[in-house]
Design a binder for this molecule. Structure first.
Ligand SMILES: [Zn+2]
Ligand SMILES: [Zn+2]
Ligand SMILES: [Zn+2]
Length: 274
């Protein structure tokens, strides 16, 4: 992916949510992490915002794609308010698990602010599941009481461009199920995975900033453990790696202290500039 890696576009990535599906703290849990006073131990459901900075020039393309939301997490509204996300030009879906899609209804607010539908990109199974899970959006009742999100679904079938920037879907394995990671320039976001298939490694060549699933220390059938995530980092050798989709097993400060240089746990609100 030479072209994508060499892309000149500036990126700002905000980690909106870095927790596993239950969120941290978990309901009814008395563990040390769930009772931690460190704000980095409070983790909402997984999502990131990718902002394309100053390319192409704003004057050349009024209304060009600037803000790309990856997944509509259960906590979308809370995240948008916490990080003042006022615009969403496109949504990329990694897969259709509940923690990654259940905030879709909150998109109504962006429809109102932007006066239009928002394009949503996903693979075929993800779009099918979303259309079934959100039947009220796609098969609305004859008599409507209340607004509906306006989204335009697009099936991902390879590399596509948003705002003139190549978006590279990276197939990854989430247990038995293939889902999508995404690469933009030298940045890659691989949440919810426990294996990177052979054919996807070349797509990650030259990635310098990596956000990668690392659930906990103990192995899990559908997520990388911390050790497995470190093996990926050792093979890919990005300059900076941040682990996400973190369970309440991993306290932020103590876990970062035992990670190698250039690797740390992500936290909600972390901003990466590229
Ligand atoms: Zn806990
Ligand atoms: Zn998942
Ligand atoms: Zn998940």
């Amino acid at each position: 992916m030479r072209g994508a890696a060499d892309s000149e576009v500036g990126l700002r990535v905000t980690l909106l949510g870095t927790g596993t599906s239950h969120g941290v703290p978990a309901i009814g849990c008395d563990c040390a992490v769930c009772h931690s006073t460190d704000p980095r131990d409070r983790r909402t459901r997984p999502s990131i915002l990718i902002q394309l900075i100053d390319s192409p020039p704003a004057s050349a393309f009024a209304g060009a794609v600037r803000n790309i939301l990856v997944d509509t997490s259960t906590d979308l509204r809370t995240q948008a308010l916490a990080h003042d996300v006022r615009r969403v030009d496109a949504i990329l879906f990694t897969h259709s698990h509940a923690d990654h899609v259940l905030g879709l209804d909150d998109v109504r607010r962006y429809n109102a602010l932007q006066r239009g539908a928002i394009p949503c990109y996903g693979d075929a199974p993800t779009l099918e599941n979303i259309q079934r899970m959100f039947a009220y959006i796609f098969n609305p009742p004859a008599v409507l009481a209340g607004g509906l999100p306006q989204i335009s679904p697009f099936r991902i079938a390879g590399v596509f461009t948003l705002g003139g920037v190549p978006i590279v879907p990276v197939p990854i394995m989430h247990g038995p199920r293939p889902i999508l990671g995404f690469r933009v320039g030298a940045f890659a976001y691989l949440t919810d995975c426990n294996r990177i298939p052979d054919e996807s490694w070349p797509l990650l060549d030259g990635v310098r900033t990596l956000v990668l699933d690392a659930l906990r220390d103990r192995p899990h059938p559908t997520h990388f453990s911390l050790d497995q995530a470190l093996e990926v980092v050792a093979r890919l050798k990005p300059e900076r790696s941040y682990f996400t989709h973190i369970a309440h097993d991993l306290p932020h400060a103590a876990t970062c202290a035992r990670l190698p240089p250039g690797v740390e746990l992500a936290y909600d609100g972390l901003v990466l500039e590229m």
